[in-house]
Every structure is written in structure tokens, then in C-alpha cells.
Design a protein around this ligand. Sequence first.
Ligand code: ZN
Length: 139
Amino acid sequence: MNFIHKEYRPETDVKNYHVHLYYDGGTKLHAANLRRELDRRFGKQIEFGRWRDLAPQGPHPVSHFQVTFPTELFDVLVPFLALNRGDLHILLHPNTGNGYEDHTTNVMWIGPSIPLAEDWMQRNQKRMQEAAEEMAADK
Ligand code: ZN
């Protein structure tokens, strides 16, 4: 990717963050315990997505659930997940209103990364954009 002529975006473009916690049969129990602990610690400030056992789903290659959290929680929630992720792979991305970019260029990982379905994202850029705009309008 060529960033030479790209304008720098300010961090204030970030509306909130997602973490996607990926699990399999061997790590689901840990994922469930961690989800419960996140709820206990941050319950009212964060929003849980449902369990998505079916995979692949959208760009996500393995089972996962998602957590939405406000920017103010970044320096508390991210280290908590880093210290307690066990074997889980956790995708962390900002929500800036550009769904495609937020899941490609803008991603961060807690633990080793898992390749997302780039081909699915290429085919569904418009859909990802609409979802991101819907989410931004909610705010
Ligand atoms: Zn997400």
C-alpha cells in the first residue's frame, strides 16, 4: 500500500472500537469466562454481540463474538485483554465510518493474527460501508 500522498487522519475520526474474540471448540470455555468477566468489569460501558458459532461469517474465518467499547476505555480494556486472552486471537479495530478500511488497513491484533477473508471484503465493500454508516448514525 502506498501512503505517500495519503492525508493523515486525526485520532478523533475514531468513534469507538470493536474487539472480535475468536474461539474454537478448545477455547470456547475460556472465551465464555472472559466474556462474563468483561461484563462484570465493564458491563454498562460496553456492548456485546451475540455468539457467532457459525464460521466463516462475513470476513471472519472462525467463530467469534464482538464487543463494542468507547475510546475512553481503550487503555483499560486493551491491556486487560492482552493479559487475559490465553490462547484466544483477538482482532481490535477502530470504527471510523469506513467499514472496509477499518477491517483491513486499520486493524490491530491482541495475540497472533488470523487472515480475514480479503476476497469477501473486496466483494462486499458497499455492504461494509453501509453497516459502518448505520453504526455511526447510532452514535
Ligand atoms: Zn468489527
